[in-house]
Structure formats: C-alpha cells, structure tokens
Design a protein around this ligand. Structure first.
Ligand SMILES: [Zn+2]
Length: 508
C-alpha cells in the first residue's frame, strides 16, 4: 500500500478565495487543527506578498511541530530570501517555487523564452537549495504546457536539487485521463524522477479536481495538494476530505492510502466554516449537512439495511457523532463543556466561564441550544479576543417606513471614556454604522455584509459578518445576537477593533 502525502493549501490557495481571508490568529487556529488532522505539508501563505502574509507564515512556521510548513514564492532571489526568512524557524521547512511553463504565460506574463525559463529554474532552485533542504518546484499552467518542455524543466529542477515537482492544473482545464497520462509520461521520461516526489494540484472549474487528483495518484503521484472543504479561487481546489475518504474507502482499488486521522475531518471542516463564515453546501460530499442523512432516518426503513462495504463511510469515520444530546436551560456545566470539547474547541477557563454564562442566557431565550448555536457562541467569543479599542455601551434606533432611520450609539473607548453620536442612514443598520464612523473618526468603507440565521425557528440567533476597509487596510468582524440590528452593530465594532489592532501591530 503506497502512502500518499497530503499537502494542504487551505491557508494559501484556499484563503485567496472571496470571503475566506483569515487573520493571523485564525490562521494559527486552523494550522493547529490541520496538524491534528495529520496533513504532511501545510502551505501557510505567500510570505513575500506583504508584511501581513510574512507575519502569518512566520507564526505558523514557529508553531507547528510535526507538519512540514511551506510558503509559495516566485522564482526570484529577493522573494526566496523573504520566504526563507519567514520559514527558517520551522521544524520542517519547505520552499515552494512557482514558475510558469506554458507558452501562453511565457509570452504574456513572463516575457521569456523557454531557454531562459530553464536557466532561471536551475539558478533559482540552486539558490533556494542553499537555504533549505526541501525545495518544491511548481510548473504553473503545467497542463497547458508542452509535455516535452515540462519534462526538461523538471529534469533541470531535479538536477539543481528539487525534492518535489508539482504539476498544477492551474486553470482547471485538464481531464482525469489526460492528467493521469501526463503524470505517467513525466515519471517515465524525466531523468531522476525516481528520487523526487510527484505532486498534483487541481482546480475545480469543470468539477473534476478530485477525479483528476485520484487519476494522478493512480499514475504515480505521491503527494496531493488540496484544501479543506475544497475552498479556493473560482470553483475552488480539490477537496481534501473527498480525496482522503476515496482512498480510505477504496484503498485496495487505488493501492494507496493516507495517514490522515479521518476522525478529525468533520471537526476541521466545521472550524474552517466557523472561522471564515463560508458555509458548506448541504449536499457536499463527506462534510455536507446531508452527506450522512440516511443515518437520521430520512430514507425509508427498508433501505436502512446498510451495505457493509460502506462501513468505512459510517459517520464516525469522519468524526461525526450521531448521538446528539440536546442542550437546554437545565443542562449543567459539565455536559456543556463536554459538548464544546466534542465540537473541537479547546478554550481557556476564562473563556469557558463566559461561554457557559452566554449559553445559559441563550437557553433562557431559546427552547433548545444546538451545536450550531454553540459554535456561533464560540466564534463570537473568539472574535472578541483582541484588544478592544471600542465596546458597545448602548444603542437606540428610530426607524419606520415614513421616517428617516436614525441611530444613536454610545461606545466606550479603551480609556473608559464614553462617546455618543447620532446619525441617519438608508436603514437602521446604515444609520448605526454611520454613527460609529463619527465616533471613531475614520473613513471606513463597508466592503461586505452578510446576515444569516444560525438555526431555523423564529427564536434563532442572527449572525452578521462584515468586511471593512480604511486607508488600504482590511478587517473582518463578527456579531451574534437574537436581535439582528444588535448583531450588525457588534460585527461592525468588532471589525473596527480588528482594523485598529492589525494596523497598529503592523506599524510596530
Ligand atoms: Zn492553485
């Protein structure tokens, strides 16, 4: 049985997708969980892209113990230098170089000849190799490159010391058979191929990312690049959970498996959607709400005689517990803490106390408190875990269909001083945001605003996510309340606090 290494790029390729950006703390939480999941490599970002990216790659590199940490870098000396500066404290660092190889990109972007690309490959792999033992070369747009030229690029990279070669289907263009054939050709013709790992990187534009990755494995790829929940630019990347479970359930067919702790899959998936606020579609394979729905009796009784060959796909395999204990206002601290732990959160005693108090308040308002409610509570508390430049004191809204909405907001600053302002707006939320802008005295632009109900029912909690920008800096905020106006105000203040925290920290 071959062991396929999982290269997770949730924090790099995944994080680049709309709505999925994460701050440093969120990236660290996610990286720790990915390490518990047992992924072999974690791509933490593009360190040379900005100071913020550099900081988060360095923080992840310093934090992890067993997983390899990598950062993508253009094949340029100055980018490699800053990438290494961010990675050097990692227990197992890897420099990940990216260089286009298709004629289209060579002409339009790189403006270089094939010969020049070969020279740059040799020179930059050698340069990176002097800094780091583990060097990966990705041939951008590999599936639209001339296979013979691609083979030469990899041969050059291997001769210069590359340890991994990656064949990205950057635009999600290839088909399973074609991709498998390309990898088989490269493994057969590249000199030194037997000494390096072959890696796949597939995008889902045609819905084939996972299928392409599995064909790559059949053709001899030893490493697969993927993201949790399949997040990523455009239609996303190959979904980690689907590849891992396909190999687990059909390991004898593929002759391969991974050493991923699959019981951590559900937890990791939930953590990602809780952090980003991007929900998983209900019918998503493996981690969707309905993926194991027959277990809760949606299918007619006759079909419940579960086919034993699918034993590996029982919900427990991905860490989904089926005995949901419903929590309510009579639930004790012990039962509540157990539930929080089972959901994958390890919180400090301080947070645990706040959490339990908020749970009790909520249980007074709602008949039952679901897992979703608890996750939302944890998320809102973790979101508040930054220095608060402003906190909500009180708000008064005056709104209706025949008057101009007015909001009066009172905030307490970090120094304890209270400031109150009044503003009008298109609606009560807009008026409130305008009043907050007056208090903080900043030109703040609202980039994204999303509102949703945590659970069904009229007593559901409302959750609001916002993204704001000011003078080039961007920040996110999260708010939770059974009153959606209050949730909106809390999310906006949380985003302002994040903005102030991130910008002052970067200046240090
Ligand atoms: Zn990609």
């Amino acid at each position: 049985m071959r062991e396929i290494r999982i290269f997770d790029t949730t924090l790099r390729d995944g994080e680049q997708s709309p709505g999925c950006s994460m701050n440093l703390k969120e990236k660290l939480d996610m990286a720790r969980q990915l390490e518990s999941l047992g992924v072999h490599v974690i791509e933490a970002g593009v360190a040379s892209a900005s100071q913020g990216d550099f900081n988060s790659v360095r923080a992840v590199a310093k934090e992890l113990r067993s997983a390899r940490v990598t950062s993508m870098s253009r094949a340029l000396a100055k980018d490699i230098d800053s990438t290494w500066e961010a990675l050097r404290h990692a227990k197992c660092p890897r420099i990940h170089l990216l260089l286009p190889t298709s004629d289209i990109l060579l002409e339009s972007r790189l403006k270089k000849s094939r010969q020049e690309v070969l020279e740059q490959t040799a020179e930059m792999v050698r340069y990176a190799k002097k800094l780091c033992e583990d060097v990966e070369l990705s041939a951008e747009d590999a599936t639209r490159s001339d296979p013979a030229f691609l083979a030469k690029v990899f041969e050059t990279a291997i001769a210069a010391g590359a340890t991994v070669v990656n064949i990205p289907d950057s635009i999600g263009y290839t088909t399973p058979e074609e991709y498998g054939n390309l990898i088989r050709f490269l493994r057969g013709s590249v000199k030194g191929a037997e000494h390096v790992a072959f890696s796949s990187h597939c995008h889902n534009d045609l819905g084939l990312a996972v299928a392409n990755s599995l064909l790559a494995i059949l053709a001899g790829a030893t490493e697969v690049q993927c993201t949790m929940n399949g997040i990523g630019e455009r239609a996303g990347n190959a979904a980690l959970e689907e590849i891992v479970m396909a190999l687990k359930v059909r390991s004898s067919y593929y002759g391969a498996d991974t050493d991923i702790d699959t019981a951590q899959i559900y937890k990791t998936s939930r953590l990602l959607s809780t952090i980003t606020g991007v929900k998983v579609q209900p019918n998503k394979a493996i981690v969707g709400e309905n993926a194991f729905a027959q277990e809760s009796g949606i299918l007619p009784v006759g079909t419940l005689s579960v086919n034993l060959s699918y034993e590996a796909m029982r919900p427990e395999a991905i860490g989904l517990t089926t005995n949901h204990i419903v929590l309510g206002k009579h639930s004790g601290r012990h039962a509540f803490n157990d539930r929080v732990r089972e959901l994958g959160y390890s919180v400090t005693l301080d947070i645990s106390n706040t959490l339990f108090k908020q749970f009790k308040d909520l249980a007074d308002k709602k008949k039952t408190v679901s897992d979703r409610d608890i996750e939302a509570l944890v998320r809102s508390i973790l979101a508040q875990e930054i220095p608060k430049s402003y906190a909500l004191e009180r708000y008064v809204i005056n709104s209706g269909n025949t008057i101009t909405p007015t909001s009066s907001i009172s905030l307490t600053g970090a120094d304890g001083a209270r400031v109150e302002k009044v503003a009008i707006g298109f609606g009560p939320v807009d008026a409130s945001f305008n009043a907050i802008n007056k208090i903080v005295g900043k030109q703040v632009k609202l980039e994204e605003y999303s509102i949703g109900a945590v659970t069904e029912g009229r007593d559901a909690q409302g959750e609001v996510s916002v993204k704001i920008s000011s003078e080039g800096a961007v920040a996110k905020g999260y708010g939770l309340s059974t009153d959606v106006i209050e949730a909106s105000i809390l999310a906006y203040i949380n985003a302002i606090n994040n903005l102030i925290y991130e910008t002052t920290r970067e200046e240090q």
